[in-house]
Design a protein around this ligand. Structure first.
Ligand SMILES: [Zn+2]
Length: 117
């Protein structure tokens, strides 16, 4: 849903700029400025609404998948309580802190291991 919003906003802004640009072309079209400004304005409004919604969601309980760089050996991360090997899918960022949920013993704790980047 959010991705669609971004695409629609980008298209609207793109065409808005094209119309404003075209308005000052070889055959000036004053009406195009209105169309262009309206189109770009709607696009920017959509972008604003999406970013505001995203911020509101981030303030609550949004969980993001952590993007670990490829050089970090995921096989080296082991569960603190049972020693089971953890994968990137077991690590989720909750309110900015990386949380580990062990698939073997179901222990949930904060990942304290320093990132190696
Ligand atoms: Zn465990």
């Amino acid at each position: 849903m959010k991705t669609i919003g971004y695409i629609v906003a980008a298209i609207l802004i793109f065409f808005g700029v094209l119309f404003i640009w075209g308005a000052f072309g070889s055959t000036p079209q004053p009406g195009w400025i209105v169309v262009g400004v309206l189109s770009a304005g709607i696009g920017l409004t959509i972008l604003y609404l999406i970013s505001r919604k995203a911020k509101a969601e981030a303030g609550t309980q949004v969980t993001l998948k952590i993007d670990l760089p490829g050089n970090v050996g995921m096989d080296t991360i082991k569960c603190k309580s049972c020693g089971g090997t953890l994968t990137a899918e077991n690590i989720k960022v909750v309110n900015g802190a990386p949380m580990v949920t062990c698939p073997y013993c179901h222990t949930v704790y904060q990942l304290t291991e320093d990132p190696k980047w």
